[in-house]
Design a binder for this molecule. Structure first.
Ligand SMILES: [Zn+2]
Length: 371
């Protein structure tokens, strides 16, 4: 996932596939495609045997394919023509250097970095972006954010523990929870034990998406690079549940849920009201319900959410509640940003958050262009 927070057009999968089928040299450099079964990524014109469509994923730049755990093809050498083969190692070294020194204030400016890498500032900017996918500054900011989160985590859990102490031990709270919204306390403790979850992954306008559901509602809507990765994420969330692939054709109920979700992501259906079935604390529910009240195409700051639910001091706990969301989009945690206008965090990558916000705004303004 891209922590760079950069806005980028999503690829048109159909057009990309057409280019791969035609081994279209004209598309080289526009994107690369990965084959999840072989773990290799290629340029569109790669002379190797054409893979099966279902095993192919598209990436705007080599860096995204690398992040998805793929390695460059030895035949078509997707990195060669960008001239990055020779500097890749230097940029990788620079990434390590930035990670290790992200707390050293403003010393890590572009001059310092270009000295360290032995590249001109211009060459560094360009190569860094081509290889890593974000600018050195964005990378540095992502490192700082990550370090900060790590430091906060221990304190946050204490705060959360205080907020939630009175809740988890009291069945009262759970009785008050809307039955459409949430597992019973017993199920919550058992990490999904006794639950039967069906899942399917589908391509969405913002990437591969897995949807998991019980017969009561959606319990998992998440984005990932591969079906395998998503299934692992589902298993981690519900280790004790019984998981099975969604039967095709979908049941009428699930079909309607999927239609609503996909229509919403396409921008056709601004208002989304789907039943969800997730384990959560009362505090999390409160936050999530508030998020669902934020109008399509709008955003709120963490501070606004905090005062909205009458917990002015709980900004961090709110950020945590957003981060622990398991049903993306249905609970629109992407609509919460920092009060200074920065994106804040997003469990499924800042780039995706940016795109979701932009698409919603565009759809509302009637200027959304497909894909
Ligand atoms: Zn290749």
């Amino acid at each position: 996932m891209n922590e760079g927070g950069e806005s980028k057009e999503m690829l048109n999968n159909e057009r990309c596939w057409e280019a791969v089928v035609n081994k279209d040299k004209g598309q080289d450099g526009q994107f690369v495609f990965g084959v999840i079964t072989t773990g290799v990524y290629c340029r569109p014109s790669c002379p190797s045997r054409r893979p099966l469509r279902k095993n192919v994923r598209f990436y705007k730049i080599p860096a995204e394919a690398e992040r998805a755990g793929l390695r460059p093809c030895r035949r078509c050498r997707p990195l060669a023509d960008v001239g990055v083969d020779s500097v890749t190692a230097r940029i990788r070294g620079l990434c390590n250097y930035i990670r290790g020194n992200s707390d050293s204030g403003d010393r890590l400016n572009l001059d310092e970095l270009s000295r360290h890498a032995g590249l001109s500032p211009f060459h560094l900017q360009r190569s860094f972006k081509a290889i890593v996918g974000v600018t050195p500054r964005q990378y540095l900011e992502a490192c700082r954010l990550k370090a900060l989160k790590g430091k906060l985590r221990s304190r946050i859990s204490v705060t959360e523990a205080i907020y939630e102490a009175g809740f988890s031990s009291s069945s009262r709270v759970y009785e008050r929870v809307d039955t459409r919204l949430g597992m019973t306390p017993t199920e919550y403790r058992a990490r999904g034990k006794g639950l039967s979850i069906s899942y399917v992954s589908v391509e969405s306008p913002v990437g591969l998406m897995m949807v998991g559901a019980t017969n009561r509602g959606l319990c998992f809507v998440q984005f990932g690079e591969s079906h395998h990765e998503l299934l692992e994420m589902l298993r981690k969330e519900y280790p004790a549940a019984s998981l099975q692939p969604m039967k095709q054709p979908y049941s009428q109920q699930f079909g309607l849920w999927m239609e609503a979700l996909c229509g919403h992501l396409r921008g056709d259906q601004p208002h989304l009201d789907l039943p969800i079935d997730v384990r959560a604390t009362a505090f999390q529910f409160k936050v999530w319900k508030y998020l669902q009240s934020i109008p399509y195409g709008e955003v709120r700051s963490y501070t606004e959410v905090a005062s909205g639910i009458g917990r002015r001091a709980a900004t961090r706990a709110i950020a945590r509640a957003c981060a622990s969301n398991r049903v993306a989009i249905v609970i629109p945690c992407h609509r919460v940003i920092r009060c200074n206008g920065e994106l804040g965090g997003y469990r499924w990558g800042l780039e995706r958050k940016r795109v979701l916000i932009d698409r919603e705004r565009a759809a509302r303004a009637g200027t959304l262009r497909f894909p």
